[in-house]
Design a protein around this ligand. Structure first.
Ligand SMILES: [Zn+2]
Ligand SMILES: [Zn+2]
Length: 327
């Protein structure tokens, strides 16, 4: 199969011919229809995340067709269109797994990081960690991480009628559509001068859009930070009401600068979101039945994965980049 392979930090992904992956007892072999590109993939190829398997096929927002099943896989999966998320496997035995926090599992394995992912024509995944996907595979692909992590972040933000979102990319554009349908007011913060992202947010129904560091027209009940920039935590605290929460939705962030305690005083909270649970997936896909979203995608052939990553890095894209191996 053709795959885009990561071998070393600082070297672009290389198009390689690899053997088809072996389908383990509890795994399914999937023909990849689409794989969205996540900021986490950038953190992997940039070396911000330091423990990838090597060589690695990145990609953890995969939608494809199950074409072969391992010996112990439940009947009925073959031929289904499934989605493969970041959470690839958990132990099921550690304290975290046993109390419903499998996102924090001590020995979890992650698609496109410690397991090979979907920047390829085929991949394998554990039968219990895939979601059945209905609807268009290309538009569904960004739901598998941008959507799921966005959902977990939104839940952590609590009721929050006035919700700030810092970094208006793939996750923000999905979850703000849900949040607006729930009756929340979205305040979108972008990098300085990014009027295109601000216009994109307003088109999706945001109540206001501006630059990070700006003061929105009302204090925020909560803020979600998707951009990997530590300064934004301080920016968000400055415009947060008492008792509000700042949720850091990314897997990596530059250092958070020192700030005065009075910004945190008044029972303001700062927390992170790590990974997802399968329960998040069930809840999120059920929520989309009530609050459907339209994902905005930019389509790239598989061999242009490096270009897609660069477009994400530079902020040139609105919405999500999606690799399509069949193109
Ligand atoms: Zn565990
Ligand atoms: Zn991701």
């Amino acid at each position: 199969m053709r795959a885009m392979v990561f071998r070393e930090v600082g070297r672009p992904l290389a198009l390689e011919d690899l053997p088809l992956p072996n389908c383990g007892k509890h795994q399914v072999l999937i023909k990849v229809i689409a794989c969205a590109v996540c900021r986490t993939d950038l953190h992997v190829v940039d070396g911000d995340l330091t423990e990838p398997k090597l060589p690695l096929v990145p990609g953890h927002e995969i939608v494809g067709e199950v074409i072969e099943c391992g010996a112990s896989v439940a009947a009925g999966l073959k031929g289904k269109i499934v989605g493969v998320p970041w959470l690839g496997e958990t132990c099921g035995r550690c304290d975290f797994c046993l109390r419903g926090e499998e996102n924090l599992c001590d020995s979890a394995r992650f698609t496109g990081y410690t397991l090979d992912g979907g920047y390829a024509e085929y991949c394998v995944a554990h039968e219990h960690f895939v979601f059945e996907i209905l609807g268009d595979p290309l538009h569904a692909a960004p739901l598998l991480c941008a959507g799921l992590i966005g959902y977990r972040s939104l839940r952590m933000a609590g009721d929050a009628p006035a919700l700030g979102i810092y970094g208006f990319g793939a996750a923000a554009h999905i979850i703000s559509q849900v949040a607006i349908q729930q009756g929340r007011r979205i305040y979108a913060f972008t990098r300085a001068g990014d009027t295109e992202a601000q216009a994109f947010a307003m088109d999706l129904g945001a109540a206001w859009a501006g630059e990070s560091g700006d003061t929105p027209p009302e204090p925020l009940d909560a803020a979600i930070i998707f951009a990997p920039v530590g300064e934004l935590v301080v920016d968000a605290l400055k415009v947060l009401r008492k008792g509000g929460t700042v949720v850091c939705g990314g897997i990596h962030m530059s250092p958070i600068p020192e700030f005065a305690y009075e910004l945190l005083w008044g029972e303001r909270k700062v927390c992170s979101v790590a990974n997802l649970t399968r329960q998040d997936g069930q809840e999120f896909f059920a929520l989309l039945d009530q609050h459907p979203v339209t994902t905005h995608i930019a389509r790239y052939p598989l061999e242009q994965a490096n270009e897609a990553l660069e477009d994400l890095r530079s902020g040139r894209l609105q919405g999500a980049a999606v690799l399509v191996p069949g193109d």
